[in-house]
Design a protein around this ligand. Structure first.
Ligand SMILES: NC(=O)c1ccc[n+]([C@@H]2O[C@H](COP(=O)([O-])OP(=O)(O)OC[C@H]3O[C@@H](n4cnc5c(N)ncnc54)[C@H](O)[C@@H]3O)[C@@H](O)[C@H]2O)c1
Length: 359
């Protein structure tokens, strides 16, 4: 298959999503040059460099906070912006300067580099752009193992199916979420002012092999790793019952979506898609524990901490109706499949991953 692009730059290209996208693009599009730029700040991202190079991806150690690192790159005509400090807890106990500088100033530098190269931009945004108070106000019922959205909702843009693009955006959302929403707003200015071709995917929880999960980001890997290495876990917040729910998007479903988007030139007008696992591919922490026990054959101790962090929300499920209608995309991989692949990946690289996932 060929594309109207010759050289794609993936910022955050050694990260979980970025590295998977690099490999997929090399496999899918013959002759496409792919460069991964990453400052390797995420622990474990260095482990992705060897497979990237083995599959013909150029790796550049660089930082999006430094415009000169982007200016030194060979010309590119497509940018996939996958770099970030991706934790919603970033800046919560201390200064927000680091996360804002990294994610927002960094995104501005990426957009400037793209403008100077005449490149199209795909920006990986987040469901965390939606305000915490509105997400906490979602009507839900409590079932035996999970919370469930009710059919009747007060706010626009939400239903039994989840959160759609029309969900209200007024209110606080965490510094992380703010940097992403501000990044989206910057992109819209670049589209308006310079005619930049751009697209924004707002994703919920993304999971799959290759994610260097830690306590504050990458919950599915965290859960799987603790079961493999036999370490305790904790249900935190909302009473400490583990009934909070997220939908889970397999990283390969996201790659399928990006491939489809690259082949759909008419949609690159700055539009925004919510893209997630959806209601069919969602799980509570309790259910994740049950699946981990079943698939790993291990049982670990799980403590309970009732107090809720300021940035936590009880339930988030993506309504994929728009992207499904416009592109015919649907996530295909269910939670047990995703979890099974993560468990297999950790087991297969048990010793190599131990310093990252068991610390
Ligand atoms: N993983 C998820 O559940 C999820 C959900 C929604 C949105 N996203 C978004 O998707 C993107 C990719 O997330 P991920 O899960 O792959 O995270 P990740 O941490 O695995 O990857 C991000 C990469 O960016 C690199 N990076 C960070 N700051 C950098 C900088 N200043 N310069 C260069 N490289 C830098 C890190 O070293 C890391 O390798 C992020 O923008 C994130 O906000 C992720």
């Amino acid at each position: 298959m060929t594309l109207p692009y010759r050289h794609v730059l993936v910022t955050g290209g050694a990260g979980f999503v970025g590295s998977r996208l690099c490999l997929r693009l090399r496999r899918e599009f013959e002759g496409l040059r792919v460069t991964a730029l990453d400052n390797l700040v995420r622990r474990g991202s260095e482990l992705h460099i060897r497979p990237l190079r083995e599959h013909g991806v150029d790796f550049v150690h660089g930082d999006i906070r430094c415009p000169e690192d982007l200016a030194a790159l060979p010309a590119f005509d497509l940018l996939l912006e996958c770099s970030a400090e991706p934790s919603v807890h970033a800046g919560q106990s201390g200064s927000p300067v680091g996360v804002v500088h990294n994610n927002l100033t960094g995104a501005l530098h990426c957009l400037e580099a793209a403008r100077q190269n005449g490149a199209a931009v795909l920006f990986l945004s987040t469901s965390r752009v939606y305000p915490i108070a509105h997400l906490r106000a979602l009507r839900h019922t409590e079932a035996e193992t999970r919370l469930e959205l009710t059919a009747e909702q007060e706010l626009p843009g939400c239903s039994h199916a989840g959160i759609a693009e029309g969900f209200p955006l007024d209110g606080a959302r965490s510094f992380y979420g703010m940097t992403k929403l501000a990044g989206e707003a910057l992109i819209q200015e670049y589209v308006f002012t310079y005619g930049m071709r751009a697209l924004i995917d707002r994703c919920g929880v993304i999971a799959g092999p290759g994610q260097m999960g830690k306590a504050d980001q990458g919950v599915v890997t965290l859960w799987a790793a603790r079961h493999v290495y036999g370490r305790p876990l904790k249900y935190i917040g909302f009473g400490g019952h583990g009934k909070q729910v997220r939908d889970v998007l397999h990283v390969d479903d996201l790659c399928d979506l990006v491939v489809l988007q690259l082949q759909s030139p008419s949609i690159w007008d700055g539009r925004i898609y919510n893209a997630g696992g959806g209601a069919a591919h969602s799980a509570s922490l309790l259910e994740l524990t049950g699946l981990c026990r079943e698939l790993s054959g291990q049982k670990v101790e799980i403590a309970s901490e009732p107090a809720t962090a300021a940035v936590d929300v009880p339930i988030y499920v993506t309504d994929n109706a728009l992207v499904e209608r416009e592109l015919g995309w649907q996530p295909r991989r269910d939670v047990p499949t995703t979890l099974g692949e993560i468990l297999a990946w950790i087991r297969d690289h048990r010793d190599e991953l131990r310093p990252v996932l068991d610390s």
